[in-house]
Design a protein around this ligand. Structure first.
Ligand code: FAD
Length: 423
């Protein structure tokens, strides 16, 4: 560890993933001194589906990184293919009017690349100090207020312990956040009804790939879904996820697990066995957990703020978390800056951050939770996807819902289903 590092900063950001790096970059721009630390050495990998949502791209745009993203190895995404449990397939283009996806174009990038971009953007920002391979063990508290962190230098064979102090500590340390556990105690535990377990593996040589992300609702893994997301040079990110509670029940009932389910789909399922016949895995299957924003965790308190997965903000329908991590990071920076300016970093002073997060993301998260609940019903997926396969008007509605929360909300209305039945 660089011995010359100061002991004290305005803000310490724990975790330099998209959430932490965004928080640090915005705070640095606002002139606050920031220590951004991570236990990993960058570039580092992160288990993910690798789809960079329109919302992630907004922050990429604001940080001036679009051209950099386009230089990285990536898959170009023009729409989404869905299949229903009874085997109907539809391809829905992204609407060209989507403000988050100019030209109706999205990206899939292996996470080590965009994460390194966010990390480098933070590193190159004035006032941001980077500390890699430093693992936080605890948050330092004084009279119920977070005042710093304690951790170990992973490069030191003696595992030397060091403390840093700050006005505000930001927990951006992912789903198993040490910061969240330190400030929230038992309330930081994940609810298996509001979290998901997922695995992914990289493949090359899958046939029938297009510029669509593919989401398949397969009978044998309901109520979960299987995905194939296109990457650069014909490669793909292939994975499968289930709400943790459903997975636990399935493992007990069917004596199976996520890796076995994944292998079964690729080898046995009629829609996929031909497509994977000559495909080759590139590396091992890895798994991780997604904390859904359908459970509202406390996001700020005396001297602390949580962002991204540490704040449990993943979309409960799509599984997207990068956009909500960067959005919460941007908001956190704004409200932390204002609190420091007023010389008051109490829970009351940082509370508006939480209000702003739910204002910006709350509606969308609750619509997505309802969609996730509806998606549990095979007959409904068969109805919607089956009708969409035949009727352009239904395809248009799904296409609009990929771009707008208002359109997505239509799927909450019984009238929509009546219309589908009668169409
Ligand atoms: C299988 C799977 C598929 C997914 N697919 C998508 C997708 O296609 N699109 C999408 O948008 N999202 C997807 N997600 C969700 C997405 O990966 C997360 O929401 C996103 O990574 C959250 O970013 P973050 O910065 O909050 O946390 P992370 O990216 O997890 O970063 C946390 C950082 O904290 C560091 N850290 C952890 N503990 C400590 C510690 N004690 N001390 C110091 N540092 C620490 C870690 O090293 C890490 O760098 C997927 C997730 C999974 C598991």
């Amino acid at each position: 560890m660089a011995p010359s590092l100061p002991d004290s900063f305005d803000v310490i950001v724990v975790g330099a993933g998209p959430g932490g790096s965004t928080t640090a970059a915005y705070l640095g721009r606002l002139g606050r001194s920031v220590l951004l630390l991570d236990k990993a050495k960058f570039p580092r990998d992160k288990t993910c589906g690798d789809a960079l949502s329109g919302k992630s791209m907004n922050v990429v745009r604001e940080l001036g990184l679009v051209a950099e993203v386009e230089k990285l190895p990536h898959g170009i995404i023009k729409g989404a293919t869905f299949s229903s449990p009874n085997g109907k397939i539809i391809s829905i283009p992204f609407p060209s009017t989507d403000p988050n996806r100019p030209g109706g174009t999205g990206y899939c990038l292996r996470r080590q690349h965009p994460d390194y971009l966010f990390f480098t953007a933070a590193k190159n920002t004035a006032n941001v100090t980077i500390l890699e391979q430093f693992q936080i063990q605890d948050v330092l508290m004084e009279d119920g207020k977070a005042v710093g962190v304690k951790g170990i230098d992973l490069t030191d064979s003696k595992r030397a312990e060091r403390t840093f102090s700050s006005k505000v500590v930001v927990g951006a340390d992912g789903v198993n956040s040490i910061v969240a556990r330190a400030v929230l105690g038992e309330k930081a535990q994940l609810d298996p009804s509001h979290s998901c377990d997922a695995v992914r593996v990289y493949y090359e040589g899958i046939t029938g790939m297009t510029n669509d992300i593919e989401i398949h609702f397969i009978k044998s893994i309901m109520p979960g879904y299987f995905w194939i997301f296109p990457l650069e040079n014909g490669r793909a990110n292939v994975g499968l996820g289930l709400v943790s509670k459903d997975l636990q029940a399935k493992m007990k009932k069917d004596k199976t697990n996520l890796v076995q389910m994944l292998n079964h789909i690729m080898k046995e399922e009629p829609l996929f066995k031909e497509r994977f016949a000559n495909a080759k895995p590139m590396g091992l299957v890895t798994g991780w957990r997604l904390p859904f924003g359908s459970y509202r965790r406390q996001l700020s308190g005396n001297g602390w703020v949580l962002v991204g997965d540490a704040a449990s903000l993943v979309d409960p329908f799509s599984g997207e978390g990068v956009g909500n991590a960067t959005t919460s990071g941007r908001l956190a920076a704004q409200f932390i800056d204002e609190a420091i300016e007023r010389n008051d970093v109490s829970a009351l002073a940082l509370g508006p951050y939480e209000v702003a997060v739910w204002e910006e993301l709350g509606k969308e998260l609750s619509t997505s939770y309802k969609m996730q609940q509806l998606g549990r019903h095979e007959w409904l997926l068969n109805l919607v996807i089956g009708k969409a396969a035949r009727k352009p008007a239904v395809r248009d509605l799904i296409s609009a819902s990929l771009a707008s929360d208002e359109a997505k909300k239509k799927f909450e209305s019984p009238l929509t289903y009546l219309w589908l039945l009668l169409t």
